[in-house]
Design a protein around this ligand. Structure first.
Ligand code: LLP
Length: 427
């Protein structure tokens, strides 16, 4: 990753030494690179050059407003899955007509908010079930507007990724079985307040093999032809996200090879396209900067106990995900690497970032970086153990800024109130 590299013995984010960020902000802290965001967004948009594709960035991967604003300024739209994410996208300056609302559990309130966003409403709802279709019809009719929709198709294809992030198999909760698509589009065509103008598919996340996309796009193209023959005026095809990145030596798919599959199967249909990449854009644009609190030598193991925990980055605990871990001080050329378990301070054995990871000698007070932590990292953090959310720092060249500060305990308890009867309960 060229955006994070050693210079003069210290790991830098672009032109900024991470030691300087740790000094100014404390640890743990997330650090994101503007150059990386730009590079990844541009790589994808260039791969789709000549195709009418909207890159609707999946806000769930990293909803930091500064990140959203930067991606928005590059031309990105937003794929959102809650009213909250929609508000973040709007707040970051992304136009409603570039926002796609996905998710299996949209509520009537969320539908209303999306239908009213910026007066015009959003670009598209990705409908995942018949009950949702009927509720959206009712809500739109009540408001006197028409909801532009895609129906999410479940193609029953194995994305060959972790089972917790596979979404396109028949047994997953997502979408409508492809075999029922024509029937449900026919129903949607008759419903008041509903305008079916798109199809949507998303088969999973962190795909490193393009073959499942090949199969999915082929099936989807056939379906689009059938639906058109049925008279459904399809104008847009939303291909979802899922492009994988390199965490641990895997070969990350080339966005140009992915775009070639779209050219092969989908482009001939002559529709507008939407893409919903999350991880591809932000995953390797961020890291989690941490301090070593203790080095604990147990019987057979060396534990590095960090000041970051599973509450800050839950991916290893939840998916056995691998994240690279490196010393911020560049290890000497002759440094001896020895295995260490890299753990957090949270009171659970699952609070482990890596087991038996070869690392150079480390001491309390040293800094480490947990790599590839731009996606689904800060976004999935919690305050478990009353640990404040790690601040977020954005680097641009030799400048950096805190784009989300570390909360105080006052911030963390501001929503809590004490009932007066609790005073009396004690007496
Ligand atoms: N579109 C839809 C409908 C999605 O459900 C997702 C991700 C995306 C787009 C973006 O996928 P991406 O390009 O980022 O792969 N927390 C997990 C990943 C969950 C992905 C959920 N859906 C992780 O940390 O690996």
């Amino acid at each position: 990753m060229p955006w994070f590299s050693y210079r003069e013995g210290v790991l830098h984010a672009e032109g900024v030494p991470l030691s300087a960020i740790a000094k100014a902000v404390g640890t743990p802290a997330y650090v994101y690179s503007v150059a990386a965001l730009t590079d990844r967004y541009t790589a994808l948009s260039e791969a789709f050059a000549g195709l009418p594709a909207l890159i609707a960035y999946a806000v769930k991967a990293n909803g930091n407003l500064a990140v959203l604003r930067h991606l928005g300024s590059l031309g990105a739209g937003a794929d959102v899955v809650s009213a909250g994410e929609m508000q973040l996208a709007l707040k970051a300056g992304i136009a409603p007509n570039k926002i796609i609302f996905a998710g299996v559990g949209k509520t009537a309130d969320e539908m209303r908010a999306a239908l009213r966003a910026g007066n015009t409403g959003i670009l598209q709802f990705n409908v995942e079930s018949e009950p949702e279709l009927h509720l959206l019809s009712q809500v739109a009719t009540e408001l006197g507007v028409v909801a532009p929709i895609a129906i999410r198709i479940n193609p029953d294809i194995d994305a060959k990724t972790h089972k917790k992030i596979t979404t396109g198999k028949a047994e997953n909760k997502f979408g409508i079985p492809i075999a029922r698509a024509r029937e449900i589009y026919a129903e949607a065509m008759k419903l008041p307040g509903i305008k079916p103008l798109a199809v949507h598919v998303h088969i999973g996340s962190q795909l490193t093999d393009l073959a499942p996309y090949d199969a999915t796009f082929a099936r989807l193209a056939d379906l689009v032809r059938e639906l058109r023959a049925d008279g459904v005026p399809l104008a847009r095809i939303d291909l979802g996200g899922g492009l994988g990145i390199r965490y641990d030596g895997e070969t990350a798919p080339d966005p140009r090879a992915y775009a070639d599959l779209v050219r092969k199967h989908i482009a001939p249909l002559g529709c507008e396209l939407a893409l919903e990449p999350g991880r591809f854009i932000v995953g390797n644009a961020g890291l989690l900067l941490c301090g070593v609190t203790y080095v604990k030598q147990a019987d057979a193991k060396r534990f590095l106990i960090l000041d970051a925990g599973m509450n800050d980055l839950i991916r290893p605990a939840l998916y056995e995900a691998h994240h690279g871990i490196v010393s911020v001080a560049e290890p000497a050329a002759d440094a001896v690497y020895a295995p260490a378990d890299v753990v957090g301070p949270v009171c659970e054995t699952g609070d482990t970032f890596a087991e038996e990871r070869p690392l150079p000698p480390m001491q309390a007070g040293d800094l480490l970086a947990i790599l590839s932590a731009g996606a689904y990292s800060a976004a999935m953090a919690s305050t478990y153990n009353a640990r404040p959310l790690a601040p977020e720092v954005l680097v641009h060249g030799d400048r950096f800024a805190i784009v989300r500060r570390r909360p105080t305990i006052e911030d963390m308890t501001v929503l809590e109130t004490q009932p007066t009867w609790l005073d009396k309960a004690a007496s």
